[in-house]
Design a protein around this ligand. Sequence first.
Ligand SMILES: Nc1ncnc2c1ncn2[C@@H]1O[C@H](COP(=O)(O)OP(=O)(O)O)[C@@H](O)[C@H]1O
Ligand SMILES: [Mg+2]
Length: 237
Amino acid sequence: MTTPPAILRLENISFSYPGQGRVLNNLNLEIRKGDRIGLVGPNGSGKTTLFHIIMGLLTPSSGTIEFFGKPAKTQKDFRQVYKKVGLLFQDADDQLFSPTVLEDVAFGPLNLGKSKPEAREIARNTLERLGIAHFENRVTHKLSGGEKRLVALATVLSMEPELLLLDEPSTGLDEKTKAILVGVLNRLELSYILISHESDFMSQIANAMFMMENGQLQKDVHIHQYIHKHPNPGQRH
Ligand SMILES: Nc1ncnc2c1ncn2[C@@H]1O[C@H](COP(=O)(O)OP(=O)(O)O)[C@@H](O)[C@H]1O
Ligand SMILES: [Mg+2]
């Protein structure tokens, strides 16, 4: 039997913002089905930038990106990618734009060609799974930070991605809500890369740890190694 192609493969990716040094420097990454990668690294080390490169929101200065064995270069390639790969933005306000919660969560499925009733049904089910069914008629921009984060996650999950990129999903969540998130992620049949500074949270949902350092990924880092090296990683903003 031949092994299926990796879900995602990055080869020698480099990237700089205009007028600055390299944020990503010949970075390599491969994600296979079932991978649940925890990604750590100091603030400003390029973790969010990496996610934006993967989603085609930024264009690398060199290197190649492949999804399911096919190269992704043009906007058109990345439009296909969005059917299978979802990004939870670091800032929920970048994700939410519809007047009500239900409309926001139904937007993705509608865009994927579902009928209006189907999209609403999927949206309701997704909200239910996250324990926020009662949010459906709430006005999105009036939600609290933690509530927005959950709704943003619902907008991504409703599209049933095969790969999920989660940029600090636990920020602003109380312990109870974090536990719901851990339960949801552990039940999902999908692969993900998750950026977090919280070692407890991370150890409950990741099966491997990578660390961003000097524009590259160090693989199979032990969480305690990182915490030891960066004692207060969340407080350096
Ligand atoms: N839009 C931008 N324009 C210029 N520089 C940026 C921009 N976004 C991020 N940077 C810089 O790139 C580096 C990496 O940022 P980022 O990927 O957000 O790091 P992390 O997510 O690991 O905290 C930082 O030095 C940051 O200041
Ligand atoms: Mg970031």
